[in-house]
Ligand binder design. Structure first.
Ligand code: NAD
Ligand code: TYD
Length: 349
């Protein structure tokens, strides 16, 4: 089987590519990535020479390029992860999110419609999405697969739009599709603009750790390898036309999470207990900041037998160890662009 994985040089995509390349030596895995600031081939050095792996540098907004590679390689399936993925960037530059997440996804759908037309039913388009399409929860409740879409950030609006287009291709043209909506991931290779890797990097360097607002917003965190395992299970055993929610059953208020991270790092770095908590700096809140995400993944657990393999304590400890051991990776990806953005927001209270 020939599988096109888009966004395979990014955080989650690189873990999915590695899992598929190592677990399925008979599959040919093609990683299509534009290598934006978030794409990094250093994430894949351990598998780059494998015979069943190829890298294709390209942009999903480039329809002519997609036409060419679909014609050349005759993919059997697509696992689509390429996206602009950071909410703060979407607030600053929404159009980039429309371009890649909406237009890019529709370009891919047009390419499969053309190139798979003769035997559409033998193919699969698996779209990787986010729980943020469901909007924001209050104190109670969980997102289920039936929760109506209510995206509130330009990022989640663009992902919701791409989900709708994928479903439109299923209903209108009969394209076999699957969609999964996952909660916040964390783990190795996470670009240090997102909360956990940003905090690890700043704690390590004794720099302020920015907490938006009062730090009361809640996220449900899942170790990235468990997301990759869920994608493997859904790709192979999920029902065509269905949606699966993926979550860690692991809700944390941002401030509690950052305090835990400070304590874990104090212990690992041999610092006095409480030392790193002093770095916590409350900053201006994110515009339209969703209060709480929490996901009910019982459909995936009950129907497909998936469950998270690591506890949050284990996952967080492994993640901190990875960042402390991979200083070179961190230095290479740290461009400085986004830190200026945050520094402007620091308002010590
Ligand atoms: P990421 O930003 O780390 O990686 C995105 C990858 O897509 C990068 O390698 C980038 O170079 C590539 N890319 C961006 N624009 C492209 C384009 N126009 N053409 C080709 N490649 C392009 O993102 P991530 O956190 O790994 O997220 C991957 C997917 O999973 C996204 O679709 C995201 O919406 C979804 N998701 C992420 C999370 C999370 O917590 N990070 C949770 C649920 C769902
Ligand atoms: P983030 O990692 O950007 O993921 P998302 O916005 O997709 O959930 O942010 C996670 C939470 O942490 C979110 O509530 C915003 C908050 N946050 C901070 O408090 N400080 C930060 O520096 C960042 C990046 C995020």
């Amino acid at each position: 089987m020939k599988i096109l994985i888009t966004g395979g040089a990014g955080f989650i995509g690189s873990h999915v590519v590695r899992l598929f390349v190592n677990k399925y030596p008979n599959y040919q895995i093609y990683n299509l990535d534009k290598l934006t600031y978030a794409g990094n081939l250093e994430n894949l050095t351990d598998i780059e020479h494998k015979e069943n792996y190829s890298f294709l540098k390209g942009d999903i907004t480039d329809a002519a390029y997609l036409d060419e590679i679909f014609g050349n390689y005759k993919f059997d399936a697509v696992i689509h992860l390429a996206a602009e993925s950071h909410v703060d960037r979407s607030i600053a530059d929404p159009l980039a999110f429309v371009q890649t997440n909406v237009i890019g996804t529709v370009n891919l759908l047009l390419a499969v419609k053309k190139h798979w037309a003769d035997d559409l039913e033998k193919h699969l388009f698996y779209h990787i999405s986010t729980d943020e399409v469901y909007g924001s929860l209050g104190e109670d409740g969980l997102f289920t697969e039936e929760t109506p879409y209510d995206p509130r950030s330009p990022y989640s609006a663009s992902k919701a739009s791409s989900d709708h287009f994928v479903r439109a291709w299923y209903h209108t043209y009969g394209l076999p599709v699957k969609i999964s909506n996952c909660s916040n991931n964390y783990g190795p290779n996470h670009f240090p603009e997102k909360l956990i890797p940003l905090a690890i990097n700043n704690i390590k360097n004794e720099r302020p750790v920015p907490v938006y607002g009062k730090g009361e917003n809640v996220r449900d965190w899942l170790y990235v390898l468990d997301h990759a395992r869920a994608i493997d299970v859904i790709f192979h055993n999920g029902k065509v036309g269905d949606t699966y929610n993926i979550g860690g059953i692991n809700e944390w208020k941002n401030l509690d999470l950052i305090e835990l991270l400070c304590d874990v790092m104090d212990e690992k770095l041999g610092r006095e207990k409480g030392h790193s908590r002093k770095l916590i700096t409350f900053v201006k809140d994110r515009a339209g900041h969703d209060l709480r995400y929490a996901i009910d993944s019982s459909k995936l657990v009950n129907e497909l037998g998936w469950k998270p393999s690591v506890t949050f304590e284990e996952g967080l400890s492994k993640t901190v160890d990875w960042y402390l051991e991979n200083n070179e990776w961190l230095e290479h990806v740290t461009s400085g662009n986004y830190t200026h953005y945050y520094e402007e927001q620091y308002t010590n209270r």
